[in-house]
Design a protein around this ligand. Structure first.
Ligand code: PEP
Length: 257
């Protein structure tokens, strides 16, 4: 799994699932199933904001804490919002931005996604930027065009040094939570196109450094083929990250030397 220039990231996205009281038993089971040394593979759990305190109390060396969203405002009169400073104070090191569910359910536009990316980078939290096409766009052969547009809009105005710190997750909308995974070749084709775009816009050095993940019904059975692709540096995993035994299989695959 050694990608030479990049670390591997296996990130779970719990979405709106589990309870804070379930964090500890989950971690106990996960820890028992993953190697003591994960060989350049970072394991991340992106949990609901209400679960961050429970996860931070666990102080796991092997499992980094991630959030699923922050406000695009810095602070102040924004009732119900959670700021980047707040999740950082609890120890979050990663945060998902631009997930298709937030774009659809909460109206996160490209401008909002860009604003959130900037705030996270300023606070030293690694953004996991999600991009992905709909089935209609894929059927109309618009995948690469649309993904390029989404990546450019999200990264707009960032310096190359900031871009280097962004993790990009390619998540075809038609594969999220559907049990329908992109084939290894389909996933690799888009991740390669993202890396090519980064090379054109920011140069070879930056493009080689950016971690690009695949997400969309990745599970214990299909992870090996996806993770073996040269431009796929890990996974963003929804459903399978709720089952410690399955998530552990994916972590083990990502940790293979
Ligand atoms: C996700 O929510 O980011 C995701 C990829 O979900 P699933 O693995 O359930 O398709």
């Amino acid at each position: 799994m050694n990608k030479k220039y990049r670390k591997v990231i296996i990130a779970g996205n719990w979405k709106m699932n589990m309870l804070p009281s379930q964090v500890r038993p989950f971690l106990d089971e996960l820890r028992a199933g993953i190697p003591a040394a994960t060989h350049g593979c970072s394991v991340v759990l992106c949990v609901p904001a209400t679960h961050l305190a429970a996860l931070s109390r666990e102080k796991s060396r092997r499992i980094a804490m991630g959030a699923q969203n922050i406000s695009h405002f810095d602070k102040g009169a924004h009732t119900g919002e959670i700021s980047a400073d707040m999740i950082a104070d609890l120890g979050a090191r990663y945060c998902i931005v631009g997930h298709s569910e937030r774009r659809a359910d909460n109206g996160d536009t490209d401008e909002i996604v860009n604003a959130k990316l900037r705030i996270l980078l300023e606070k030293g939290i690694t953004p996991i930027l999600c991009v992905g096409e709909s089935l209609e766009q894929r059927d109309r052969d618009l995948t690469i065009e649309f993904i390029s547009y989404q990546v450019k809009a999200a990264l707009y105005g960032l310096t190359p040094d900031q871009v280097k710190k962004v993790v990009i997750a390619y998540e075809p909308i038609w594969a999220i939570g559907t049990g329908r995974t992109a084939t290894d070749e389909q996933a690799q084709e888009v991740c390669f196109a993202i890396r090519e775009l980064l090379r054109r816009e920011y140069g070879a050095l930056i493009s080689r450094k950016v971690c690009i993940l695949y997400g969309g019904s990745m599970n214990a059975k299909n992870c090996a083929g996806l993770l073996a692709q040269p431009d796929i540096d890990g996974g963003l995993i929804g459903g399978a990250s709720l089952k410690p035994a399955d998530f552990a299989v994916i972590v083990r695959e990502g940790s293979r030397e």
